[in-house]
Design a binder for this molecule. Structure first.
Ligand code: HPA
Length: 269
């Protein structure tokens, strides 16, 4: 709680707008922040109370400004649990953005396709998620002023936002998917058996992020839109090993469509 207040107080001295919508930009979507008008950029490392970035050459900053007609703040780079952060550190930036005023959050990520009908390059609107880790950012003392001890999670992704994103995807002629995202901690990719298990459990895509941030947004009543870029087929579906290069390559290939979908959707949020 101290860290949240500390970070918030610092950021407030640097900005003159109140952001209404937050964006967490996953792999391949980072440069969407470059389209923010009159940007104010604050490096994570300069924010007191923020986690210390462990990744070299990691572009970690908040970017405030106008995007698609809205006052936004984008997280260019996120903290993953597999990097060794405490789960509370992973979600601290989201707590801070909420304190700065955001009422909605767009969360994006790269994910493996579990659904055999998917193909690399597809975009999937997240309908629901499965937390397949034993991690939860709400474990520990609950701050009643932030949200309830026992949080309802029957609708973590805003129905109206899902409809808008699907409509906008249709207008852009994108083959938009909709499905369930399952969170594994990583950093290993899943085994073929784990992917099969995920499919049986009802997952359509698998990834190593997003769920902690979405839980915290829900805790504080922030409306969420989640979009996954299916960068590869998950393990065991195709007869080839997985690698990070493929993930990066696919997200680069579809980033124009991905960004346009986010921009058009954002405009109607
Ligand atoms: N598994 C988990 N995370 C991922 C994958 C995957 O196949 N692709 C991109 N992120």
């Amino acid at each position: 709680m101290n860290k949240i207040v500390q970070s918030n107080d610092f950021i407030k001295t640097k900005i003159d707008i109140k952001p209404e919508i937050g964006l967490i930009l996953g792999s391949g979507l980072g440069d969407l922040a470059d389209r923010i008008e009159n940007p104010i950029k604050i490096k994570y490392e300069d924010i007191p109370g923020f986690p210390i970035s462990t990744v070299e050459g990691h572009e970690g900053q908040l970017v405030f400004g106008k995007l698609s007609g809205k006052n936004v703040v984008a997280m260019q780079g996120r903290f993953h649990f597999y990097e060794g952060y405490d789960i509370k550190e992973v979600v601290l930036p989201v707590r801070v953005l909420i304190r700065l005023g955001i009422k909605s959050l767009i969360v994006t990520n790269a994910a493996g396709g579990v659904d055999k009908n998917f193909k690399p390059g597809d975009l999937m609107i997240i309908k629901d998620h499965i937390n397949y880790t034993s991690q939860n950012p709400l474990i520990g003392k609950n701050y009643e002023e932030l949200g309830p001890r026992f949080l309802d999670m029957s609708n973590p992704y805003d129905r109206k936002y899902i409809e808008i994103a699907k409509e906008e995807g249709g207008k852009l002629n994108l083959n938009i998917r909709e499905g369930n995202y399952i969170w594994f901690t990583g950093p290993t990719y899943e085994t073929a058996a784990e992917v099969k298990l995920s499919r049986i459990l009802g997952a359509n895509a698998v990834g190593m992020s997003t769920v902690p941030e979405v839980i915290v947004a829900n805790h504080e009543n922030v409306r969420v839109l989640g979009i996954s870029c299916i960068t590869n087929m998950a393990a065991g579906i195709l007869d080839k090993p997985l690698n990070h290069e493929e993930v990066v390559e696919t997200s680069q290939k579809v980033k124009k469509e991905f960004q346009q979908l986010v921009l058009n959707t954002l405009n109607r949020m």
